[in-house]
Design a protein around this ligand. Structure first.
Ligand SMILES: Cc1cc2nc3c(=O)[nH]c(=O)nc-3n(C[C@H](O)[C@H](O)[C@H](O)COP(=O)(O)OP(=O)(O)OC[C@H]3O[C@@H](n4cnc5c(N)ncnc54)[C@H](O)[C@@H]3O)c2cc1C
Length: 402
């Protein structure tokens, strides 16, 4: 059985960062990453639409959900985004800030981030054991036994950085969380997040492919849970777009989820606006009354939702028609029927409960020398670089604690 000082299970963003920080702190340590896929860091290549939004300069607690959230300030104090950028820079990566604090590599290619991490791992002499899925971790006296499909390894310290089952095509699964559960680590149930939200509406097929700027609110019955604005995309059976993705992070807490869309968030008086159009286009039919305001496809769907015939003359519309139209334009209600599933999810909520972890070191409170970092913890961030920031910052914290 091959013996190591440290074995890192999972060679994703957090595991790779952890390995580098650990080896730099203890150059004499024998460190290995065990990765089930045939190469480390595969998911990174798909992040940020292939550009890798590696962190966000505006990181703060409000961007996160989950039971580890209460400890995030500690992590940010220790590894603030500017320090993380310096760290990346000292390891060979040049990055730049774009809108809303989002940071990307100057090369505009995610492969730059992965290559920087890979080459540092190689140059530091960290062993990578790929194509081996860890199926069990047991503590035997002072050492851990780590079983894979082919081998058994032994290590004094183990880091679990296996991520979650989000995006199974890129290797996501819940094997790491199951292994942790088997050794007594408590977890919150997993759920797909940063994903489209399925809604009930027979109008969706006619809106498929449409993108509009607006505001989306998530309600639990009649209570507002959260609100986001940005581009809303309509698919055959779901609402999508970054603002919807961000709201999907909160779906697990909501019993009667409803999404309401405001198609005209920058208009103070929508009633006055459509009354204006009804005068300007008084000779036209209802299908033309949103001319200059909405795309035609959307205008037709709004009329259909309001049960107004597109062929009706604008002059024939009643006061109650105008009130219904205002309601749809500002708070078009869609009953949620589900989430987009793990296939389409960028992250998964749930995971190792925050209170299982000593936040300063990310070591398990129950099992000495067992550490957990990255998405396997019960924390998820909004779109914009917050999840990779957490993966890198938590991985670095573990590496420096080993
Ligand atoms: C399409 C897409 C785009 C994204 N874009 C962004 C973005 O631009 N910015 C951002 O902040 N976040 C983004 N994310 C989220 C971000 O990629 C993740 O939050 C982050 O990668 C989590 O890092 P991790 O190290 O915890 O897990 P992962 O990166 O998922 O790594 C876990 C690794 O463990 C391996 N593994 C799992 N189980 C085992 C096992 N039993 N044995 C051995 N190995 C195992 C996996 O193969 C994987 O390589 C995106 C996600 C997706 C899917």
């Amino acid at each position: 059985m091959k013996k190591y000082d440290v074995i890192i299970v999972g060679g994703g963003a957090s595991g790779m960062m952890c390995a580098i920080a650990a080896k730099e702190k203890n150059p004499n340590h024998n460190i290995a990453i065990i990765e089930k896929q045939d190469r480390i860091g595969r998911k990174l290549l798909s992040t940020g639409n292939g550009r890798c939004n590696l962190l966000n300069l505006n990181v703060d607690k409000s961007k996160y959900d989950g039971s580890f959230r209460k400890y995030i300030d500690l992590l940010i104090d220790k590894n603030c985004p500017v320090d993380m950028l310096d760290y990346f820079s000292s390891h060979g990566l040049s990055a730049k800030e774009e809108t809303e604090g989002r940071v990307y590599p100057v090369s505009n290619h995610a492969s730059s981030v992965l290559d920087v991490l890979r080459f540092n791992i190689e140059n530091l002499g960290i062993e990578t054991i790929c194509g081996e899925a860890v199926s069990d971790i047991r503590k035997n006296g002072k050492f851990f036994e780590i079983k894979t499909n082919n081998n058994v390894f032994s290590a004094q310290k183990v880091v679990v950085s296996t991520g979650t089952q989000a995006s199974s095509k890129l290797g996501g699964d819940n094997s790491g969380l199951n292994i942790l559960k088997n050794i007594g680590i408590k977890t919150a149930p997993s759920y797909p997040a940063l994903c489209p939200v399925k809604v009930k509406s027979n109008l969706l097929p006619s809106l498929k492919g449409l993108r509009v700027k607006g505001e989306v609110s998530l309600y639990d019955g009649k209570s507002l849970v959260d609100k986001e604005s940005g581009e809303i995309q309509f698919t055959e059976n779901a609402l999508s777009g970054i603002c919807v993705f961000n709201l999907s992070n909160k779906l697990n807490k909501v019993r009667k989820p409803v999404l309401k869309i405001n198609l005209l968030p920058f208009t103070d008086d929508v009633y006055a606006l459509i009354k204006r159009n009804s005068i300007v286009f008084s000779r036209q039919t209802a299908e033309n009354m949103f001319t200059g305001i909405l795309q035609k496809k959307l205008a037709l769907a709004v009329l259909k939702q309001a049960k107004i015939k597109p062929s009706a003359s604008i002059k024939s519309l009643t006061q109650s028609d105008y009130i219904r139209l205002c309601e749809i334009l500002t708070a078009w209600s869609f009953e949620v029927s589900g989430n987009g599933g793990y296939e389409k999810a960028q992250v998964a909520g749930g995971g190792v409960l925050g209170d299982e972890i000593i936040p300063e070191t990310m070591e398990s409170r129950k099992i000495k020398n067992l550490y957990i970092c990255g998405e396997a913890l019960d924390i998820i961030g909004k779109c914009g670089g917050y999840n990779l920031y957490f993966a890198f910052a938590s991985g670095k914290t573990v590496g420096e604690s080993l």
